[in-house]
Design a protein around this ligand. Structure first.
Ligand code: GLP
Length: 261
């Protein structure tokens, strides 16, 4: 695992945006896994700026989003399809047919979940998966006690996640209880994982994921098993890491040939 500690939330987001752009430029037909939530918003804003400046081209990129609410259609302002269009897709040159989501409006959830897994496999798998993290350590919508080998399926949100996500809805009662999400096994199949977190509210989840025991109680701890995983955090989110000086030392002394951005 690589733990990159940046001085501020802005610097952490900018690092991730530049990392993504560098990977797209290296491999124009890259398959990206994308995340929603407040955390990636500045990343997408910077990618739009880079696109407008002619520094990155999305015309051959394929994307798979982590998750979607059950019962919200693409034109619902809180659906993740809507989020991705307004925060990124409608503002860069990605063909919409290259963007994929689990369909929260399906009338056959098990079939839709199988279809999503098959679509990821048919695209050759995910090269680079961007993740945020919930305060309880969830990734995608894999709440604590999710199987560490789970595939795309329906999940029921915890009350904590419902409360956290209520800020985007009229009120807590409007947040759907059910979601479709890539499983932890699906996420772990990605060739590279880039997890971004900032703010003190994420510090415990980051410490438990990076330095705690591997446990279904902290879904992001499953990433310890991955070959290529990078946590990009600001000082506040890093504040409960016991070995943060070591992580900084490693980053400062990274050989030039290993530096992506
Ligand atoms: C939701 C999303 C996750 C996201 C998490 C944290 O539950 N499904 O993908 O990482 O929220 O969101 P935020 O970045 O707003 O803190």
């Amino acid at each position: 695992m690589e733990i990159i500690i940046q001085p501020s939330a802005e610097a952490a987001s900018s690092y991730v945006a530049r990392y993504l752009a560098a990977q797209i430029n290296n491999r124009p037909n890259i398959v990206l896994g994308l995340a929603t939530g407040g955390t990636p918003e500045p990343v997408y804003a910077e990618l739009i700026q880079m696109y407008e400046a002619g520094q990155v081209d999305f015309s051959r990129v394929t994307t798979f989003n982590l998750d979607e609410y059950v019962g919200l259609s693409a034109d619902h302002s809180q659906s993740y399809r809507y989020y991705m269009r307004s925060h990124l897709f409608d503002r860069v040159n990605i063909p919409l047919e290259n963007t994929h989501f689990p369909d929260g409006m399906t009338d056959d959830i098990p079939r839709e979940c199988r279809r999503y897994e098959q679509a990821i496999a048919a695209a050759g798998g995910i090269d680079l998966q961007l993740l945020g993290i919930g305060r309880d350590g969830h990734i995608g919508f894999n709440e604590p006690t999710s199987s560490l080998s789970s595939r795309t399926r329906i999940k029921t949100l915890t009350e904590e996640t419902l409360r956290d996500n209520a800020r985007y809805f009229e009120s807590e009662e409007h947040v759907p209880y059910h979601v479709l999400t890539m499983g932890i096994g699906t996420i772990r199949n990605s060739r590279c994982i880039l997890l971004l977190a900032h703010g003190a509210s994420k510090a415990e989840a980051i410490a438990a994921s990076v330095e705690g025991p591997l446990s279904a109680m902290v879904p992001a701890s499953a990433l310890q098993l991955n070959e290529q995983v990078i946590f990009v955090v600001d000082e506040a989110a890093a504040s409960k890491l016991s070995r943060r000086d070591y992580y900084k030392w490693v980053f400062e002394n990274k050989p030039a040939w290993q530096q992506v951005v």
